[in-house]
Design a protein around this ligand. Structure first.
Ligand code: IMP
Length: 505
């Protein structure tokens, strides 16, 4: 006979945190939100730590290049989706990793014979105001000089004159030699009060450019996720079908973490995949497994498989209809509490700490806070990031309000049958487990995330914690009644309806 659990399947919105003693001097801007993304062996440092406890969902409508760059710059990690060809996923990973290496390949270059008119056009097209002049007009040609928008006056100078007549010639260009470190390049920029430093090889060919603005930008993003070579970090999703080809390609592209993207990770297919990767690449590669919703699922992927982190959540996603379609899943709070409890037992027994990611169904900032209090080390979100400027879908105006398309990986549109495959022969989707929808545009990722994280830090101070580990340790939660939810909203006050403000229609 089937086993019926005594527990009710509970969600985050059913809980509230009880404040605990806040110590003198504790304040939100001092709170540390860094968290491990890989297993920790006997309190050694994790292989990978993120500075902000959020990662983006492995979804076509979420984790594109631009979003992964924006998120890494805020200290989180994007997981580029695997419901695309290996080649295009690799290209996206390479784009993130090469985004801001400090040394960038020049993408606007001219020949000395070009006219000022042509260079103005190029500057307008690319938005770049500094253009290297090379013998063949390419990014690797012999450097002949530099022309900037300060070298001519568009409405005073004769625009049919050549770049060669206006540029700063190579003999006067402050430059670095190939092999120079980023630090040394920045020192040269500083010393010579320059905005751009060309790097050339021994033969005088252009190799790269280093910009002062990138240095300043980096200082403004102190939480940026950088690898050892100062490149942005990025994750890659994988599936249980083509991992033998996909994983080597992603590792070759120097992906920072892998994550199985599966609606149900408690399968022999995923176990075999994890074991294959571990055998081939050893303990250094970061592998996330899941999704699971029980302690049993945790044991399977950790003890038998040896994953670095576990994703928890089935059926809670904003675009998800798995529970309706198949009757499978569990309330996200119940699932997380059970798996986090097993993670702590496992740590007490073995000294090995496995970070947990709460994936999907986070409907607002409060629920992110509750998930982290309940034991998640970090959260994965789809809808939240789909709403930002940087998500890969186009902005669409509906009745005067801006929206962005957001669809599940289990839709006909995404065609990600590998995520839902049960090993059967048919390599196509038989029914949908997700919906195709729109979400309102919320704004630039940095701004949206800033508010969320500030609320999180502020709550952590209410609970008297300076770090996420302390937050989990000190958190005391209570179940709420329907009436106390009503009490938590505004009551007995007259609210102005400002819903039409700004609406000129
Ligand atoms: P959200 O943050 O609530 O939008 O949920 C995002 C999560 O939903 C993802 O990280 C996946 O785990 C899950 N997911 C993505 N696509 C689908 C789908 O089509 N059906 C069910 N779950 C999905």
């Amino acid at each position: 006979m089937a086993t019926i659990l005594d527990d009710i399947s509970r969600t985050f919105s059913e809980y509230l945190l009880i404040p605990r003693r806040t110590r003198k001097g504790q304040q939100a801007d001092q709170v540390d939100l860094s968290t491990p993304l890989s297993s920790i062996e006997r309190l050694a440092a994790p292989k990978l730590k993120i500075n902000t406890p959020v990662v983006s969902a492995c979804m076509q409508s979420v984790s594109g290049t631009e979003l992964s760059i924006a998120l890494a710059r805020q200290g989180g990690l994007g997981f580029i989706y695997c419901s695309q060809s290996i080649e295009s996923q690799v290209d996206m990973i390479r784009l993130v990793k090469s985004h801001k290496a400090g040394f960038v390949q020049s993408d606007s270059n001219v020949r000395a014979q070009a006219t000022l008119c042509e260079v103005i056009e190029l500057m307008a097209q690319t938005g770049h105001s500094t253009v290297p002049v090379t013998d063949d007009g390419s990014s690797t040609g012999k450097l002949l000089g530099i022309i900037t928008d300060k070298d001519f006056w568009e409405f005073e100078d004769d625009l049919s004159r050549t770049v060669g007549e206006h540029m700063t010639p190579y003999s006067e260009v402050i430059h670095g030699l190939e092999g120079v470190s980023l630090k040394e390049a920045n020192q040269l920029l500083h010393k010579h009060k320059k905005d751009c430093l060309p790097i050339v090889d021994a033969g005088g060919h252009l190799v790269a450019l280093v910009f002062k603005k990138d240095y300043v930008d980096h200082r403004r993003h102190p939480l940026e996720m950088l690898d050892e070579s100062k490149r942005l970090c990025v994750g890659g999703a994988i599936n249980t079908h083509d991992y033998k080809e996909r994983v080597p390609a992603l590792i070759n592209a120097e992906v920072d973490a892998l994550c199985f993207d599966s609606s149900d990770g408690f399968t022999d297919y995923q176990l075999e995949g994890i074991q294959w990767i571990r055998k081939k690449y050893g303990p250094d590669v970061v592998i996330g497994g899941g999704n699971v919703v029980s302690a049993e699922g945790f044991d399977f992927l950790v003890e038998d498989g040896g994953v670095d982190f576990i994703k928890v959540g089935i059926g809670g996603g904003s675009i998800c209809i798995t529970r309706e379609q198949k009757g499978v899943g569990r309330g996200q709070a119940s699932a997380l509490l059970e798996v986090a409890n097993r993670r702590d037992e496992y740590f007490a027994k073995t000294g090995r700490y496995i970070p947990i990611c709460s994936d999907g169904g986070l409907a607002n900032d409060t629920q992110i806070v509750i998930a982290l209090a309940m034991g998640a080390d970090f959260v994965m979100m789809g809808r939240y990031f789909a709403m930002t400027e940087e998500s890969p879908t186009p902005k669409t105006s509906i009745n005067g309000q801006m929206y962005k398309p957001y669809w599940g990986e289990g839709t006909i549109r995404a065609q990600n049958w590998q995520r839902y495959d049960d090993g059967a022969e048919s390599k196509k989707m038989v029914f949908e487990e997700g919906v195709d929808a729109y979400v309102p545009l919320a704004g630039p990722l940095a701004e949206v995330l800033h508010t969320t994280l500030f609320k999180l830090k502020s709550t952590m101070v209410n609970v008297g914690s300076d770090s996420l580990a302390e937050f989990r340790e000190r958190a005391v939660l209570t179940l709420v009644s329907e009436q106390s939810v009503v009490e938590g909203g505004t009551s007995n006050v007259f609210k102005f309806d400002n819903s039409s403000w700004g609406n000129t229609g």
